[in-house]
Design a protein around this ligand. Structure first.
Ligand code: ZN
Length: 319
């Protein structure tokens, strides 16, 4: 009697384990498709970042959904030139502020992060802020806890060093470390896709209102380009949209790019199809990093997905 019972118990256990494994698989697949499409290194990144550091930035960033490796690399550059800075506190000891290691951690901060988030194997035993592997992984966790997880990269970098100039310097460096996106395909009448993103909320009725655009989910900092030739109508803060750019096109259509993180254009500026105009953000009434992309023709707002389908282009990266 014992043996069959045992066999049954083992079978049930195996079934449970496979069910759990399947559930975990489904969840990671979901997370995978919703996670950031991490950028490729630019020629500047390949020339400037030591290969071991580049590998560490790219390995550590995925620990935090929404964090691109280039931001970690931007911090590593600004802090210690990827560990190459010959100054007190980089390889041993501390600088005047008490910071040490390639990512310039204060010892209490490093201790708190590594207590909360075990550093993956590959570095020191115990983890050390002077070990590039440990320091870079701790920096990824720290940025995540400071806002990067919720798409607030500005807050995350500001937490690292409380200065706006620092945040801007890191973001500018990160941008130069990302390879420029390949030239997007254009329709016969000169329209290109505004962003490489996953279609989330679509055009149509939503929460008792009418959503007049298409939402395209993409990591903070993803380049947004002018959908067609035109003149910049607005570039700046806008209620609900946080920060937006609007472009007037020759056929009367106006394209709107909402919730952006930064704008690269000014009102009255002429733009060409595919010209970078902004970066994806999470400003205004937004629940995650995405571009609100809206097309208002002379007849009113149109479904951007259908608009592009008619031109032989697929707006949604996930379709
Ligand atoms: Zn929207």
């Amino acid at each position: 009697m014992l043996r069959p019972l045992l066999t049954a118990a083992v079978a049930v256990a195996f079934l449970l384990i496979s069910l759990i494994a399947a559930a975990i698989g489904a969840v990671s697949a979901l997370l995978g498709s919703g996670g950031p499409a991490t950028s490729d290194p630019s020629p500047e990144a390949l020339a400037d970042i030591p290969a071991d550091y580049l590998a560490l930035y790219r390995r550590a960033a995925p620990l935090c959904p929404g964090l691109d490796w280039a931001v970690l690399a931007g911090i590593g550059k600004v802090e210690t030139n990827h560990g190459r800075l010959d100054a007190p506190g980089v390889h041993s000891g501390e600088n005047a502020a008490g910071a040490g290691g390639p990512m310039q951690f204060l010892q209490p901060t490093f201790a708190a992060i590594t207590a909360k988030h075990p550093i993956p194997p590959g570095g020191g035993q115990p983890p050390s802020r002077y070990d590039p592997h440990d320091a870079i992984h701790a920096a990824a966790y720290y940025l995540c806890d400071s806002g990067a997880r919720n798409g607030d990269l500005h807050a995350a970098i500001f937490a690292y060093n409380h200065a706006d100039w620092y945040v801007n310097k890191v973001l500018a460096q990160a941008q130069r470390y990302r390879a420029a996106a390949a030239t997007p395909p254009a329709s016969a009448d000169g329209w290109v896709l505004p962003v490489a993103g996953r279609c989330s909320s679509g055009f149509g009725p939503r929460y008792g209102q009418f959503h007049q655009g298409q939402d395209l989910a993409a990591p903070i900092g993803t380049p947004i380009v002018a959908a067609a030739e035109g003149t910049v109508l607005n570039a700046g803060p806008a209620s609900g949209y946080g920060l937006w750019v609007r472009i007037q096109h020759p056929d009367g259509t106006i394209s709107t790019y909402g919730h952006i993180n930064t704008s690269h254009v000014t009102e009255g500026q002429h733009v060409t199809p595919g010209q970078p105009i902004a970066e994806v953000g999470n400003r205004g009434q937004s629940t995650g990093p995405h571009l609100h992309f809206q097309l208002d023709t002379r007849e009113g707002p149109v479904d951007p997905v259908a608009f592009y389908e008619q031109k032989g282009l697929h707006l949604c990266a996930n379709s």
